[in-house]
Design a protein around this ligand. Structure first.
Ligand code: SF4
Length: 239
Protein backbone atom coordinates (compact mmCIF):
# COMPACT_ATOMS: atom_id res chain seq x y z
CA UNK A 1 0.00 0.00 0.00
CA UNK A 2 2.79 2.45 0.89
CA UNK A 3 4.68 1.61 -2.31
CA UNK A 4 1.45 1.71 -4.31
CA UNK A 5 0.94 5.34 -3.30
CA UNK A 6 4.28 6.25 -4.88
CA UNK A 7 3.47 4.69 -8.25
CA UNK A 8 0.99 6.16 -10.68
CA UNK A 9 -0.63 3.47 -12.77
CA UNK A 10 -2.19 4.80 -15.98
CA UNK A 11 -4.77 2.49 -17.39
CA UNK A 12 -8.03 2.31 -19.28
CA UNK A 13 -11.17 1.73 -17.25
CA UNK A 14 -13.10 -1.17 -18.70
CA UNK A 15 -16.15 -0.87 -16.47
CA UNK A 16 -18.80 1.73 -15.87
CA UNK A 17 -17.51 5.18 -14.89
CA UNK A 18 -20.73 6.70 -13.65
CA UNK A 19 -23.13 5.03 -11.21
CA UNK A 20 -25.51 5.78 -8.39
CA UNK A 21 -23.79 5.47 -5.01
CA UNK A 22 -24.69 2.01 -3.70
CA UNK A 23 -25.63 3.62 -0.34
CA UNK A 24 -25.78 1.68 2.88
CA UNK A 25 -28.63 -0.69 3.49
CA UNK A 26 -31.20 0.57 5.99
CA UNK A 27 -29.90 4.15 5.64
CA UNK A 28 -31.68 6.94 3.90
CA UNK A 29 -30.01 7.34 0.52
CA UNK A 30 -28.98 10.89 -0.49
CA UNK A 31 -29.07 10.00 -4.19
CA UNK A 32 -25.46 10.87 -4.88
CA UNK A 33 -23.79 9.70 -8.09
CA UNK A 34 -20.23 8.48 -8.17
CA UNK A 35 -17.89 9.25 -11.05
CA UNK A 36 -15.02 6.81 -10.96
CA UNK A 37 -11.93 8.60 -12.31
CA UNK A 38 -9.28 6.44 -10.67
CA UNK A 39 -8.40 4.58 -7.53
CA UNK A 40 -6.40 5.34 -4.42
CA UNK A 41 -4.64 8.55 -3.54
CA UNK A 42 -1.11 9.86 -2.82
CA UNK A 43 -2.16 11.17 0.58
CA UNK A 44 -2.01 8.64 3.41
CA UNK A 45 -4.72 8.90 6.05
CA UNK A 46 -4.42 6.44 8.89
CA UNK A 47 -8.19 5.95 8.95
CA UNK A 48 -8.68 5.68 5.15
CA UNK A 49 -11.19 2.95 4.39
CA UNK A 50 -9.66 2.43 0.94
CA UNK A 51 -6.79 0.57 2.63
CA UNK A 52 -9.25 -2.18 3.49
CA UNK A 53 -11.59 -1.74 0.57
CA UNK A 54 -9.48 -1.69 -2.59
CA UNK A 55 -8.14 -4.94 -3.99
CA UNK A 56 -4.99 -3.45 -5.51
CA UNK A 57 -2.54 -0.99 -3.98
CA UNK A 58 -1.71 1.22 -6.98
CA UNK A 59 -2.56 4.85 -7.29
CA UNK A 60 -4.47 4.59 -10.57
CA UNK A 61 -5.82 7.06 -13.08
CA UNK A 62 -8.12 6.12 -15.95
CA UNK A 63 -6.87 7.67 -19.16
CA UNK A 64 -9.95 7.05 -21.32
CA UNK A 65 -11.49 10.35 -20.23
CA UNK A 66 -13.42 10.69 -23.50
CA UNK A 67 -15.30 7.52 -22.60
CA UNK A 68 -16.03 8.91 -19.14
CA UNK A 69 -17.46 12.13 -20.57
CA UNK A 70 -19.50 10.23 -23.15
CA UNK A 71 -21.02 8.12 -20.39
CA UNK A 72 -22.02 11.26 -18.45
CA UNK A 73 -23.53 12.72 -21.63
CA UNK A 74 -25.69 9.66 -22.20
CA UNK A 75 -27.11 9.63 -18.68
CA UNK A 76 -27.68 13.38 -18.37
CA UNK A 77 -29.23 13.72 -21.81
CA UNK A 78 -31.48 10.70 -21.37
CA UNK A 79 -32.86 12.03 -18.07
CA UNK A 80 -33.21 15.81 -18.49
CA UNK A 81 -35.87 16.05 -15.77
CA UNK A 82 -33.61 14.58 -13.07
CA UNK A 83 -30.91 16.62 -11.30
CA UNK A 84 -27.67 14.72 -10.72
CA UNK A 85 -25.29 15.39 -7.83
CA UNK A 86 -21.99 13.94 -8.97
CA UNK A 87 -18.80 13.39 -7.00
CA UNK A 88 -15.38 12.02 -7.91
CA UNK A 89 -14.11 11.65 -4.33
CA UNK A 90 -15.38 8.16 -3.58
CA UNK A 91 -12.33 6.07 -4.50
CA UNK A 92 -9.69 8.78 -4.72
CA UNK A 93 -9.00 12.39 -3.78
CA UNK A 94 -10.60 14.60 -6.46
CA UNK A 95 -7.66 17.00 -6.86
CA UNK A 96 -4.49 15.52 -5.29
CA UNK A 97 -2.94 14.52 -8.66
CA UNK A 98 -4.71 17.14 -10.78
CA UNK A 99 -1.41 18.84 -11.66
CA UNK A 100 -0.57 15.68 -13.60
CA UNK A 101 -3.97 14.73 -14.99
CA UNK A 102 -5.56 18.18 -15.48
CA UNK A 103 -8.85 16.31 -15.30
CA UNK A 104 -10.60 19.03 -13.30
CA UNK A 105 -10.55 21.42 -16.26
CA UNK A 106 -12.35 18.95 -18.49
CA UNK A 107 -14.89 17.92 -15.86
CA UNK A 108 -15.76 21.41 -14.66
CA UNK A 109 -16.26 22.84 -18.15
CA UNK A 110 -18.19 19.77 -19.26
CA UNK A 111 -20.62 19.82 -16.33
CA UNK A 112 -21.05 23.58 -16.86
CA UNK A 113 -22.95 22.77 -20.07
CA UNK A 114 -25.67 20.81 -18.21
CA UNK A 115 -28.49 22.42 -16.27
CA UNK A 116 -29.35 19.13 -14.59
CA UNK A 117 -25.97 18.39 -13.01
CA UNK A 118 -23.82 19.54 -10.14
CA UNK A 119 -20.26 18.36 -9.66
CA UNK A 120 -18.47 18.12 -6.32
CA UNK A 121 -14.67 17.90 -6.22
CA UNK A 122 -13.63 16.78 -2.75
CA UNK A 123 -10.05 17.06 -1.53
CA UNK A 124 -7.55 17.26 1.29
CA UNK A 125 -5.02 18.95 -0.99
CA UNK A 126 -4.52 22.56 -1.99
CA UNK A 127 -4.11 21.73 -5.69
CA UNK A 128 -6.43 24.29 -7.23
CA UNK A 129 -4.39 25.93 -10.01
CA UNK A 130 -6.32 24.24 -12.80
CA UNK A 131 -9.63 25.61 -11.52
CA UNK A 132 -8.66 29.18 -12.30
CA UNK A 133 -10.39 31.01 -15.16
CA UNK A 134 -12.85 28.22 -15.95
CA UNK A 135 -16.38 28.89 -17.14
CA UNK A 136 -17.96 26.75 -14.39
CA UNK A 137 -21.43 28.32 -14.48
CA UNK A 138 -21.72 27.79 -10.73
CA UNK A 139 -22.23 24.07 -11.27
CA UNK A 140 -19.10 22.87 -9.50
CA UNK A 141 -18.71 22.83 -5.73
CA UNK A 142 -15.17 22.55 -4.38
CA UNK A 143 -15.14 20.70 -1.08
CA UNK A 144 -12.56 20.11 1.62
CA UNK A 145 -12.41 17.53 4.33
CA UNK A 146 -11.58 19.22 7.59
CA UNK A 147 -10.73 17.99 11.03
CA UNK A 148 -9.40 19.12 14.34
CA UNK A 149 -5.76 20.16 14.01
CA UNK A 150 -4.24 17.22 15.96
CA UNK A 151 -6.08 14.73 13.73
CA UNK A 152 -5.23 16.63 10.60
CA UNK A 153 -1.52 16.81 11.52
CA UNK A 154 -1.02 13.30 12.84
CA UNK A 155 -3.41 11.13 10.88
CA UNK A 156 -3.49 12.74 7.41
CA UNK A 157 0.02 12.23 6.10
CA UNK A 158 1.03 14.32 3.05
CA UNK A 159 -2.29 16.21 3.10
CA UNK A 160 -2.38 20.01 3.00
CA UNK A 161 -2.33 21.85 6.33
CA UNK A 162 -5.48 23.45 7.71
CA UNK A 163 -4.23 26.87 6.62
CA UNK A 164 -3.38 25.64 3.10
CA UNK A 165 -6.83 24.07 2.67
CA UNK A 166 -8.64 27.18 3.88
CA UNK A 167 -6.51 29.47 1.75
CA UNK A 168 -7.29 27.29 -1.27
CA UNK A 169 -11.00 27.47 -0.38
CA UNK A 170 -10.83 31.26 -0.07
CA UNK A 171 -9.21 31.46 -3.49
CA UNK A 172 -11.84 29.20 -5.07
CA UNK A 173 -14.60 31.35 -3.56
CA UNK A 174 -12.92 34.35 -5.20
CA UNK A 175 -13.06 32.50 -8.51
CA UNK A 176 -16.81 32.16 -8.04
CA UNK A 177 -17.03 28.55 -6.93
CA UNK A 178 -19.41 27.37 -4.26
CA UNK A 179 -17.75 25.61 -1.34
CA UNK A 180 -18.51 22.64 0.86
CA UNK A 181 -16.79 21.19 3.91
CA UNK A 182 -16.83 17.74 5.40
CA UNK A 183 -15.90 17.03 9.01
CA UNK A 184 -15.13 13.45 8.31
CA UNK A 185 -14.31 11.36 10.21
CA UNK A 186 -14.99 13.13 13.48
CA UNK A 187 -12.66 11.50 15.98
CA UNK A 188 -12.69 11.75 19.75
CA UNK A 189 -9.25 12.66 21.06
CA UNK A 190 -7.76 14.64 23.87
CA UNK A 191 -8.76 18.27 23.41
CA UNK A 192 -11.34 17.44 20.73
CA UNK A 193 -13.71 20.24 21.73
CA UNK A 194 -11.04 22.94 21.48
CA UNK A 195 -9.64 21.31 18.34
CA UNK A 196 -12.91 21.27 16.42
CA UNK A 197 -13.84 24.71 17.69
CA UNK A 198 -10.54 26.14 16.41
CA UNK A 199 -11.13 24.63 12.96
CA UNK A 200 -14.70 25.94 12.78
CA UNK A 201 -13.60 29.43 13.82
CA UNK A 202 -10.77 29.44 11.29
CA UNK A 203 -13.14 28.24 8.60
CA UNK A 204 -15.54 31.14 9.14
CA UNK A 205 -12.65 33.62 9.45
CA UNK A 206 -11.22 32.43 6.13
CA UNK A 207 -14.09 31.99 3.67
CA UNK A 208 -17.30 33.94 3.04
CA UNK A 209 -20.12 32.04 4.75
CA UNK A 210 -22.54 32.69 1.90
CA UNK A 211 -20.33 30.66 -0.45
CA UNK A 212 -20.71 27.52 1.69
CA UNK A 213 -23.48 25.36 0.30
CA UNK A 214 -23.19 22.50 2.76
CA UNK A 215 -21.21 21.16 5.68
CA UNK A 216 -21.43 17.47 6.43
CA UNK A 217 -20.32 15.41 9.39
CA UNK A 218 -19.29 11.79 9.27
CA UNK A 219 -18.06 9.06 11.53
CA UNK A 220 -15.22 6.63 10.97
CA UNK A 221 -16.07 4.02 8.37
CA UNK A 222 -14.75 0.96 10.01
CA UNK A 223 -14.16 -2.34 8.32
CA UNK A 224 -12.66 -4.87 10.77
CA UNK A 225 -9.65 -5.33 8.48
CA UNK A 226 -8.81 -1.65 8.91
CA UNK A 227 -7.56 -2.15 12.46
CA UNK A 228 -4.97 -4.72 11.42
CA UNK A 229 -3.88 -2.65 8.42
CA UNK A 230 -3.76 0.58 10.44
CA UNK A 231 -1.73 -0.95 13.26
CA UNK A 232 0.60 -2.62 10.77
CA UNK A 233 1.22 0.42 8.59
CA UNK A 234 1.20 3.11 11.29
CA UNK A 235 2.66 1.64 14.47
CA UNK A 236 2.46 3.47 17.77
CA UNK A 237 -0.48 4.70 19.76
CA UNK A 238 -2.88 6.17 17.29
CA UNK A 239 -6.61 6.59 17.31
S1 SF4 B 1 -7.29 11.76 1.19
FE1 SF4 B 1 -9.12 10.45 1.18
S2 SF4 B 1 -8.64 8.84 -0.32
FE2 SF4 B 1 -6.70 9.83 0.21
S3 SF4 B 1 -5.83 8.59 1.86
FE3 SF4 B 1 -7.01 10.26 2.82
S4 SF4 B 1 -9.07 9.40 3.17
FE4 SF4 B 1 -8.02 8.06 1.70
Amino acid sequence: MSEGKKHLYLTRHKGQFFKPCPATREYRCCDYHVLNTGMNCPIDCVYCILQAYLNNPWLSFYVNVDGLLAEIDTVLQDNPEKVYRIGTGEFTDSLAIDRLTVLSRRLVTHIATYENAMLELKTKSAVIENLKDLDHQGRTVIAWSLNSRPVLQKEEIRAATLEERLEAARQCAEWGYKLAFHFDPIIEHEGWEEGYEETIRKLYDSVPADKIVWISMGALRYLPKLKEIGVGRFPGPRM
